[in-house]
Design a protein around this ligand. Structure first.
Ligand code: SAH
Length: 370
């Protein structure tokens, strides 16, 4: 298999050391006389055993634990600000604060059976300004590092462990554009996947992109088993450019060519997300045009009921109409599913919680004309 080697333990240790104010892992190790096996013990304790902090690592001598804790070694770079559970208990949404005060969201969905999905953020804010998305409306703050991304999953993994459950799927469908923060996202993937650490199979991870063609090509060449999802949302350039500015840079033909190449090289299916916006992209003509683009390829369409957000001038398509749209795709032989909506009562759509608690960020974005 091709691809860049990313050493998850090295990534983790370097971030833990720098958060504690060291220049890197070497300085941390020197300062505390940590042999390589001690560093491994710390990493395993956090990523595999899901311990909350260095104080809990009983394989380390007591004085060492105290000394490491005292100098700022911690096992989490994301601090929960608010955590809300939906009334049915199936969806838990967390707003997390990073060291510099930026905030990101992550959502845990507990499906029937033991299947659980965590939706994580790759950036604070987003630079792509999709008109229907709350995160897009608030503008871009910064990239998350690989550990800040990983730590969102780790937070929920610890919560689930209490109930003897574990994370079975991770999706990069929270705030931000994963392919706009490519290396850190791939670092987070390596951390999630590490068999000596968190140990989640690559096939249980999905990266969703707005459609950055150059990065889709790069991703293709890595031959990873990670699932690829494309936020398509419209079957024509004319329509897509109206609410997804990225389409003016990478048009649909170019995007679809990149997807075909991905399937050809990896033999893996591509998932297309299509958010159903009332009277915008939901009529029968759109369905037929979409079917035309999808037909005959290893593609799957996922229709997403729109979570209306207070700051965007869109309404969601009604359920019967979504099913009618699905029926047209289905009749054309395009594998289609309709996403089940979870967590509506806690505003679990991308960027919604942050928009509520950071009204000033929103006001500033409006003032800046974003
Ligand atoms: N930047 C990535 C990940 C973003 S969020 C991407 O564009 O794919 C994941 C999905 O949620 C995207 O398909 C996005 O378009 C969709 N989405 C954003 N806001 C939404 C809303 N209010 N309701 C439903 N889906 C939404």
């Amino acid at each position: 298999m091709g691809g860049v080697t990313r050493d998850p333990m090295a990534i983790w240790l370097a971030r833990v050391a720098s958060r504690a104010g060291f220049s890197g892992t070497d300085e941390l190790a020197r300062e505390h006389d940590l042999k390589p096996y001690r560093l491994r013990q710390m990493y395993r304790a956090a990523a595999k055993e899901l311990l909350p902090g260095v104080e809990a690592v009983t394989t380390l001598p007591k004085e060492l634990r105290a000394a490491l804790a005292a100098c700022g070694v911690t096992f989490s770079s994301v601090a929960p600000v608010t955590v809300q559970r939906s009334s049915d208990g199936q969806t838990t949404k967390g707003l997390f604060r990073l060291d510099d005060g930026s905030e990101v969201e992550a959502v845990l969905m507990e499906h029937s059976g033991n299947r659980t999905t965590v939706c994580i953020s790759s950036q604070a804010g987003c630079a792509f300004a999709c008109a229907f998305c709350s995160t897009g409306q608030a503008g871009f703050t910064r990239n998350l590092d690989a550990v800040e991304i990983f730590d969102q999953a780790l937070y929920f993994a610890r919560e689930l462990a209490v109930r003897r459950k574990r994370i079975t799927n991770v999706v990069f469908m929270g705030m931000g554009e994963p392919f706009h923060n490519y290396e850190n996202v791939m670092g987070a993937v390596a951390l999630l996947n590490d068999p000596h650490g968190f140990g989640l199979g690559l096939r249980h991870i999905t990266i969703s992109t707005v459609g950055l063609v150059d990065k889709i090509e790069r991703f293709t060449d890595e031959h990873l088993q990670v699932n690829l999802a494309i936020s398509l949302h419209a079957p024509s350039d004319e329509l897509r450019s109206q609410f997804m500015p990225v389409n003016r840079k990478f048009g649909l033909d170019e995007l679809m060519t990149a997807c075909e190449r991905y399937v050809e090289k990896t033999r893996r299916k591509v998932f297309f997300e299509y958010v159903m916006l009332e009277s915008v992209n939901d009529d029968a003509a759109c369905a037929r045009q979409l079917a035309q683009r999808m037909r005959g390829h290893l593609y799957h369409v996922n229709l997403i009921p729109y979570n209306a957000t207070p700051d965007a001038p869109f309404a969601g398509t009604s359920e019967p109409r979504i099913w009618e749209f699905a029926r047209i795709l289905d009749a054309a032989g395009v594998p289609t599913t309709v996403r089940r909506n979870m967590g509506r009562d806690i505003a679990a759509a991308c960027g919604q919680l942050r928009a509520k608690t950071q009204p000033r960020a929103r006001a500033a974005a409006v003032a800046a004309g974003r």
